[in-house]
Design a protein around this ligand. Structure first.
Ligand SMILES: [Zn+2]
Length: 127
């Protein structure tokens, strides 16, 4: 973590009452809380907040509720922007897409229209 000395980090923790900003878990031995990097442009650029390992993981995975985000001074829109981009979450292309074949939507069935002996049209499923 560049740009943050131990003294600065201690000061940040103290400012937040030496506890997790989200769930309030106290920093018992001074080792529990983790630095969560927060990018909040409206608050003057990047900053660090103390989070317990649980909340830090949730934060990084994008699992925080809007109520929790409010505690961090973030809106859900801002949160989306600050989240690290994860590889592999973009829609996977199926092998059919790669071959240029589009599967038929399930609601569309191939049918055949037949004229029956009494002059009426009859629709038949081709299955
Ligand atoms: Zn927490």
């Amino acid at each position: 973590m560049a740009g943050l000395t131990k003294i600065e980090w201690e000061a940040i923790k103290r400012r937040h009452g030496n506890k997790c900003v989200l769930c309030g878990t106290p920093d018992k031995d001074g080792k529990l809380l983790e630095k969560a990097h927060l990018m909040a442009k409206s608050k003057g650029g990047s900053q660090y907040i103390p989070l317990c390992p649980n909340c830090h993981t949730k934060y990084d995975k994008g699992m925080l509720s809007s109520t929790q985000l409010k505690k961090l001074g973030l809106t859900p829109e801002m949160y989306k922007k600050v989240l690290p981009k994860k590889p592999g979450t973009t829609s996977k292309k199926s092998s059919q897409d790669l071959l240029g074949l589009k599967p038929l939507p399930k609601s569309i069935k191939p049918i055949r229209i037949k004229k029956s002996s009494d002059g009426k049209f009859k629709i038949e499923d081709l299955f």
